[in-house]
Design a protein around this ligand. Sequence first.
Ligand SMILES: *[C@@H]1O[C@H](CO)[C@@H](O)[C@H](O)[C@H]1NC(C)=O
Ligand SMILES: *[C@@H]1O[C@H](CO)[C@@H](O)[C@H](O)[C@H]1NC(C)=O
Ligand SMILES: *[C@@H]1O[C@H](CO)[C@@H](O)[C@H](O)[C@H]1NC(C)=O
Ligand SMILES: *[C@@H]1O[C@H](CO)[C@@H](O)[C@H](O)[C@H]1NC(C)=O
Ligand SMILES: *[C@@H]1O[C@H](CO)[C@@H](O)[C@H](O)[C@H]1NC(C)=O
Ligand SMILES: *[C@@H]1O[C@H](CO)[C@@H](O)[C@H](O)[C@H]1NC(C)=O
Ligand SMILES: *[C@@H]1O[C@H](CO)[C@@H](O)[C@H](O)[C@H]1NC(C)=O
Ligand SMILES: *[C@@H]1O[C@H](CO)[C@@H](O)[C@H](O)[C@H]1NC(C)=O
Ligand SMILES: *[C@@H]1O[C@H](CO)[C@@H](O)[C@H](O)[C@H]1NC(C)=O
Ligand SMILES: *[C@@H]1O[C@H](CO)[C@@H](O)[C@H](O)[C@H]1NC(C)=O
Ligand SMILES: *[C@@H]1O[C@H](CO)[C@@H](O)[C@H](O)[C@H]1NC(C)=O
Ligand SMILES: *[C@@H]1O[C@H](CO)[C@@H](O)[C@H](O)[C@H]1NC(C)=O
Length: 791
Amino acid sequence: MLFLALWSGLLALTAQGVAQDYGTSPPVYPSPPTAGIGWDAAFAQAEAFVSNLTLEEKAQMVTGTTGPCVGNIGGIPRVGFEGICMQDGPLAIRQATYASVFSAGLTAAASWDRGLIFTRGLYMAAEFKGKGSHVALGPVVGPLGRSGYGGRGWEGFSPDPYLTGVAAEQTIWGMQQAGVQTSLKHYIGNEQETQRNPDLSISNTTIEAVSSNIDDRTMHELYLWPFANGVRAGTASIMCSYNRLNGSYGCQNSKTLNGLLKTELGFQGYVVSDWQATHAGVDAINAGLDMDMPGPVGGSQNASFFGGNVTQAVNNGTLNQDRVDDMVRRIMTPYFHLKQNEYPPIDGYEPTLNSRYPPYQYPFTLGASNVDVRDNHAQSIRELGAAGTVLLKNTNNTLPLKAPRTIGVFGNDAGDVVDGLYFSGAPFQQPQGYEYGTLPVAGGSGTGRLSYLVTPLDAIKARAARDGSLVRYILNNTLTTQPGALRTIAPVPEVCFVFLKSWASEGSDRVSLEANWNSTAVVNAVAATCKNTIVITHSAGLNVMPWANNPNVTAILAAHLPGQESGNSIVDVLYGVVNPSGKLPYTIALNESDYRFADITNSTELQQTEDPNAWQSNFTEALLIDYRHFDYYNQSVLYEFGFGLSYTTFDMSTLDIEPAVPSLEISPLPDAVPIVPGGNPTLWQVLYTVNITVTNTGDVAGASVPQVYLALPQIANSVPTPKNVLRGFDKITLQPGQSQTVNFPLTRRDLSYWDVNMQEWVIASGTVGVNVGFSSRDIRLTDQFVVVQEG
Ligand SMILES: *[C@@H]1O[C@H](CO)[C@@H](O)[C@H](O)[C@H]1NC(C)=O
Ligand SMILES: *[C@@H]1O[C@H](CO)[C@@H](O)[C@H](O)[C@H]1NC(C)=O
Ligand SMILES: *[C@@H]1O[C@H](CO)[C@@H](O)[C@H](O)[C@H]1NC(C)=O
Ligand SMILES: *[C@@H]1O[C@H](CO)[C@@H](O)[C@H](O)[C@H]1NC(C)=O
Ligand SMILES: *[C@@H]1O[C@H](CO)[C@@H](O)[C@H](O)[C@H]1NC(C)=O
Ligand SMILES: *[C@@H]1O[C@H](CO)[C@@H](O)[C@H](O)[C@H]1NC(C)=O
Ligand SMILES: *[C@@H]1O[C@H](CO)[C@@H](O)[C@H](O)[C@H]1NC(C)=O
Ligand SMILES: *[C@@H]1O[C@H](CO)[C@@H](O)[C@H](O)[C@H]1NC(C)=O
Ligand SMILES: *[C@@H]1O[C@H](CO)[C@@H](O)[C@H](O)[C@H]1NC(C)=O
Ligand SMILES: *[C@@H]1O[C@H](CO)[C@@H](O)[C@H](O)[C@H]1NC(C)=O
Ligand SMILES: *[C@@H]1O[C@H](CO)[C@@H](O)[C@H](O)[C@H]1NC(C)=O
Ligand SMILES: *[C@@H]1O[C@H](CO)[C@@H](O)[C@H](O)[C@H]1NC(C)=O
């Protein structure tokens, strides 16, 4: 059956009091077939391929099976097809040996650097390819980051959809250029881990997964937005999510799959289920699901919602074979487009790492074992780790360091890990993660198996040895908070580093936004003695910083999740080898309670419910998440979205705005033209350009990130329009005294809102405010223009 209309009810009130009935998910059928738009030659190959297959072989092509990889499609030797190998994940080929562990998506976003994000994708994918993996399960744009408590926010980029969209497209371009398919995930509304899957409660009733109930405008302007970038960038695959949407499961929701994704965005590739997110066969297929992973259900390797059920359903007339052919074409078109019919063999060590369902039903060709795919990627990882580090405070230019005579190092995040180099399994499932050791990346399927790890303490010691500095340390947080503990460090160091960490992992949400392991007490204890205390956070998401205004805390760096070169990345910044240029991809509020506008749905009642449909998450804040919320309610924050200091200073001048096409020709609606991947192509047409000049006014070279925010008109009878939305940014490196003009193209989509009645992107009449600055609250230049006149 279709999980339609499972609930409906009273009207809920959104932020501004607009009544919102979240309703049900409307049926959208049939599933639109791919035409291989943009992949014409490969589409013809895929068509020929399908025409040679038996029905049983077609069923095999759409159903995961036992094999050496995290996800496997069995080979068909008769037609020379060797199968498809899918591997986690978004920051590394997760479980492989002799592979690099890159910076997390969060760090990539904090760099605001298109080039570095592209290179990260390119190099990471080279490692997938070297290991014979056709599909990388990433990048992540869902969760977007509705709640800072979300356990997987760090796997993705930023709660801002524009920044996330840019990061996703750069990653996809980079990865697919290396010949690897991306699987953009998790589609859609996967904003919490708590009750992400159905479970059996105390009463033997299946309690359904949480339902993300999102109004149509918010869906388009926030959560769907980066997926549009990804589809336009040509992602081979989209992974549907565990949660429900308006009561209907993400992998069998015809509105989101057939409607939004395959019709409106013109997606030409295949939809793969998240692992065990398939809950039906024919109904999921007709709703738009193309591939079932990992395949087997109920502990039997021969049983699947797809597989034999697909063959039976076609034979008994409940499933149209044309749809099955479309599924195979959707899978094989990007495969041929990326020339994966000639591909390195799967690393021979993989079966050791993936022994979940032996023996295999189909043959897989394995190559040499433990192939070293790391190349010289470490240098680029080190660079991005530094570029994604945000300098938040720097009293009296305490940084960069010269050659301090004495250095103190504190915090359990400074030293080496003691529970292993692969953050998966038992010690990593506690709310705070492991106690001793730095946090280079977080846990779950989005982690990576480190081949080595440069810790902050290692790198500080190496640097101090060059300068003749003394380095003394206490890495036990409990000890550090005890009276008198710092006496062993005498004399008081010239500079004290405190390294803090915040753990998160797939499967559970964060319980606190403060750094873990008594972090506040540790900072306060060190700062009570040391009047030059520098705090560095390694964090799977945002942190509140109750100690930020302590006058002895002279510098703060949010170092996010830098990957395997962590220590080198931070030392490069601390000593000024790299001038910091990261900017916050989220807001740091004053208090943890300030984030209550979009809580994770959870309660003791829900945990004990016997109502299968009890888990409802109404996204009543609508468009007002992160800085959109704080700006709308004029709320003070500690460090705003887009903020980050440098060792130099920048100024900005001469804002210029020009229409890119004759303004009289701009209609409020996009032209009705054929849809291509990414949607209506006229949405991507540049209608205006904005120009500013940035000058480095300090005395060292550095990179600046000028940011364009638009104040779009309010819309009657709609959820509130945010006061300011990011619609342009660039990262430019300038020598002291150097100036550069920076251009920002504004597309039709950038200037439009989603009109729920017209079911179209519309440019509202009225004034568009243009605010350009160095953060969302450091606006230097303001102007306005009118695209569409009133009336
Ligand atoms: C969610 O919204 C529906 C109305 O669409 C309302 O009936 C329901 O009570 C709301 N649920 C919660 C948990 O607020
Ligand atoms: C969910 O319901 C809301 C309110 O009716 C609607 O605007 C939205 O399009 C629905 N979304 C889906 C995915 O069905
Ligand atoms: C399909 O079969 C025909 C006839 O056996 C063969 O010539 C052709 O190469 C096959 N095509 C594919 C894609 O396997
Ligand atoms: C759940 O099902 C089992 C097996 O049928 C039964 O023994 C048990 O009493 C049931 N529990 C409840 C709470 O209904
Ligand atoms: C068909 O799907 C059902 C679940 O709906 C499963 O129990 C059964 O084993 C499947 N049959 C085959 C042949 O995979
Ligand atoms: C047809 O086959 C499918 C898949 O096994 C099954 O779910 C469905 O009940 C069958 N329908 C009929 C009418 O036999
Ligand atoms: C910063 O410099 C000012 C001016 O020299 C001085 O008054 C102040 O004490 C310094 N602050 C710290 C924390 O060193
Ligand atoms: C950390 O310090 C506390 C307090 O002194 C002590 O109880 C604990 O054993 C120490 N942990 C380790 C691993 O030494
Ligand atoms: C936090 O500090 C308190 C008091 O010093 C101590 O009892 C507790 O064990 C510490 N907790 C952690 C997680 O370190
Ligand atoms: C700052 O450091 C000085 C000197 O060590 C100390 O006297 C003072 O109490 C510290 N202030 C705080 C807020 O910890
Ligand atoms: C959700 O609620 C359950 C039960 O109250 C609790 O065990 C769990 O820690 C909660 N999770 C979060 C993220 O608050
Ligand atoms: C931007 O700068 C260039 C070169 O200085 C100039 O030609 C152009 O007209 C400016 N304005 C816009 C909006 O692009």
